[in-house]
Write a protein that binds this ligand. Structure first.
Ligand SMILES: Nc1ncnc2c1ncn2[C@@H]1O[C@H](COP(=O)(O)OP(=O)(O)OP(=O)(O)O)[C@@H](O)[C@H]1O
Length: 259
């Protein structure tokens, strides 16, 4: 298994006000697999991803990546193995740094050589001409910015990409381009991907398997094939499926809180 999570728990706040944002999640993802974590806003998807990525070090349970059990604080080498891409590329790219600097910094921090060749290669890999090196984020379109954010994650040649709503901030036409890019990168580099989204269509496009979260728990795990056939078992998942097929008045009015 590339990622193995056992009984992950994350709480925010203390005492009587504590919220169990992640409430005992167990899941595993094979090498080369693309796994989707879906659910409504606030269900705990991003919190799972942030614990796996090392961004949040306040959790209990067991997280192993590539066979190594992870402590909450990660050693530097972890980030060569596992990188995260965020929803909002504008917020996650430094506004006063050129693309060149954005991509050089991780290369320098990890002491990797051949920065120039590496940066040219990774830009081509995400479909950007090397001339983009000397631009600033505000000179790029939303899709180009997300390509730079993906390049920044890939420049260290990781084996795992964690993606938090990687297309939700983009126009619909650009969303398709970025999904195609991620599919190609996954095939070419044999990447393992974990993708968090509220959008089942994105999961159907990119993933092999998915888990549905509700209120901090996994309520159902299924293959994308089962999702396409509508073969969900849990009422909550069926409801999510109906809601994702566009606005459906009956579904919206009948929406129930499956606690
Ligand atoms: N840093 C934080 N401090 C306090 N509460 C938080 C924090 N981060 C998340 N939460 C709470 O934890 C719960 C799960 O949030 P999380 O962001 O993981 O959900 P999500 O399913 O990813 O939703 P979204 O798509 O809106 O990000 C929510 O109730 C949220 O308000």
């Amino acid at each position: 298994m590339m990622i193995d999570i056992q009984d992950l728990r994350v709480a925010f706040g203390k005492g009587a006000d504590a919220i169990a944002a992640v409430d005992g999640v167990t899941l595993s993802v094979r090498e080369g697999e693309s796994f989707g974590l879906v659910g409504e806003s606030g269900s705990g998807k991003s919190t799972v991803l942030r614990a796996v990525s090392g961004l949040n070090d306040d959790w209990t349970g067991r997280i192993a990546v590539d066979g190594t059990v992870q402590r909450p604080k990660r050693p530097k080498g972890f980030f060569k193995l596992c990188q995260m891409v965020f929803q909002d590329p504008y917020g996650s790219l430094h506004p006063r740094h050129t693309v060149d600097r954005i991509l050089s910094e991780p290369v320098a921090i990890h002491g990797l050589g051949e920065a120039d060749a590496r940066i040219d290669r990774v830009l081509r890999d995400v479909g950007l001409d090397p001339a983009f090196r000397f631009r600033y984020p505000h000179q790029l379109s939303g899709g180009q910015r997300q390509r730079v954010a993906i390049a920044r994650a890939l420049v260290l040649e990781p084996r795992v990409l964690l993606l938090d709503e990687p297309t939700s901030a983009l126009d619909v036409s650009v969303q398709a381009e970025i999904l195609n890019l991620l599919r190609r990168l996954r095939a070419e580099h044999g990447l393992t991907m974990v993708l968090v989204t509220h959008n089942l269509a994105v999961v159907a496009n990119l993933c092999d398997r998915l888990a549905v979260m509700n209120r901090g728990r996994l309520v159902e795990e299924m293959t994308v094939e089962e999702l396409r056939r509508g073969a969900a078992r849990e009422p909550y998942t069926l409801q999510l499926l109906r809601a994702s097929r566009g606005y459906d008045r009956a579904a919206a009015e009948g929406f129930r809180d499956y606690a």
